[in-house]
Design a protein. Structure first.
Length: 389
């Protein structure tokens, strides 16, 4: 078999890239390690930037999003039990949209299938080969049978634990990493959200976030120590701790119920440079990870797709390599700004185990400054709604 582009990974970045390439008549195939049910069952991001919405519109998958997504013109911040609002709309003339990554993935999957796009699920031992030559190919196993697909280029959209990044020689790739000394324990519950807008809370016991998916589906997170065991957290214990960390008004009105999903995620910032090597192009979490505090991971994956799709279109339609040569540079320049913002949000709103009294005062004054300075609010707002591509 031969394809123009082999896409490794059928998460949001791989599926979106596939869809955009197909619209331009660029032949491609998605190889996904997991089953369709597994991919559809993952609960992850919830906040979409307007640039992300534009890309989903371009891919022809925005009908449901426009009906079911919620536009949010602001976010609530809380500090020592006192809340204040960042008016995103007034500060940037933009809003964000709350619509789950799970739904984005479902919309992309069903559109690709409807348009007879190629997705192979349960692809085992996927391996990009000879990507440093003019004749790259990808091998994998399906139902125990060895397969080989020749191609022009490989897009590594296979997430942080994928294979693609690992085949770039150590002498060429450089990584930058910060691991945070805590994780997020998140639950999904079929209860009405406690607030119309997201609440990001800095509390003496640690960070908390009140988010949502729809009128009867809430998503809440609390900061926990690293290595915390999920078995130690009954629903009741979670709700009790969450209530302590949210502002009193929210804590008093929150509707609790049993969780339908509960998981712990470690927090890290990670970037690899360059994001491409010869005929291999890394996209999304395969090349970078942000802590979820700034709601940037999925949105960054989408902006990478923007740059790569644009470069591939020029490559196939105008036979020019220029966009592909600049892909890593263009994508990384936006990536590092989101890395900085996510690091800042994380540092400002979490409790660090080694936090000194000096660090505490700096954090206090950072948040007080935020509450009282329009300039400071504007910096947060323009990053939160998403920097331009
Ligand atoms: P994904 O989603 O990890 O998809 C990669 C796909 O590749 C497959 N794969 C392979 N396939 C073939 N062969 C291999 N060897 C393979 N290895 C892996 C995997 O099965 C998978 O299907 O990466 P992608 O597409 O780059 O998308 C990135 C986003 O998923 C991620 O950045 C966001 O979920 C991050 N994130 C958030 N981002 C936001 O923009 N806004 C948010 O509000 C937000 N909240 C979050 C988040 C991530 C979280 N967790 C659990 C990490 C909240 C949480 C709790
Ligand atoms: C979510 O709803 O899952 C969510 C929202 C905002 C974040 C992170 C996660 O910053």
């Amino acid at each position: 078999m031969r394809k123009n582009v082999v896409i490794i990974g059928g998460g949001p970045s791989g599926l979106l890239l596939s869809r955009l390439l197909s619209i331009d008549g660029i032949d491609n195939i998605v190889l996904e390690k997991q089953s369709e049910e597994h991919v559809m069952g993952r609960i992850r991001a919830g906040v979409l930037e307007s640039g992300t919405i534009e890309m989903l519109k371009k891919a022809g998958v925005s009908d449901r999003l426009e009906k079911e997504g919620f536009n949010h013109d602001g976010i609530q911040l809380s500090f020592k039990n006192h809340g204040f609002r960042i008016n995103l709309k007034q500060l940037t003339n933009k809003h964000v949209t709350v619509y789950g990554q799970t739904e984005v993935t479902k919309d992309l999957y069903s559109k690709i299938k409807k348009e007879n796009g190629d997705i192979i699920n349960n692809a085992e031992d996927v391996l990009p080969q000879d990507v440093h030559t003019d004749a790259p190919f990808v091998t994998f196993k399906k139902d125990g049978v060895e397969k080989k697909i020749k191609c022009d280029l490989v897009a590594g959209c296979d997430g942080f634990h994928g294979i693609s990044r690992t085949i770039i020689p150590k002498a060429i790739i450089k990584s930058f990493e910060r691991k945070y000394p805590f994780g997020w324990l998140g639950i999904l519950s079929e209860t009405p959200p406690v607030s119309e807008e997201l609440i990001y809370a800095n509390h003496g016991n640690g960070f908390a976030l009140a988010s949502m998916r729809n009128e009867n589906l809430s998503r809440y997170y609390i900061q926990t120590p690293l290595n915390e065991k999920i078995e130690n957290w009954t629903d009741q214990k979670f709700w009790d701790e969450l209530k302590k960390r949210l502002p009193t008004e929210a804590a008093d009105t929150i509707v609790t119920g049993s969780s339908i999903e509960k998981s712990i995620a470690p927090l890290r910032s990670f970037v690899c440079e360059p994001m491409s090597w010869k005929k291999l192009f890394l996209v999304g979490d395969a090349a970078h990870i942000v802590p979820p505090t700034g709601a940037k991971g999925l949105n960054l994956a989408v902006s990478d797709v923007y740059y790569l799709h644009d470069a591939l279109k020029k490559y196939y339609q105008s036979q020019t390599n220029e966009g592909l040569n600049k892909y890593s540079y263009n994508a990384l320049s936006r990536v590092w700004k989101a890395i900085r913002f996510s690091w800042w949000m994380t540092t400002t709103f979490h409790k660090f185990p080694e936090q000194s009294s000096f660090d505490q005062r700096i954090q206090d004054s950072e948040i007080e400054y935020l509450e009282n300075s329009v300039a400071s609010q504007k910096v947060l707002a323009e990053n939160y709604v998403g920097l331009p591509y």
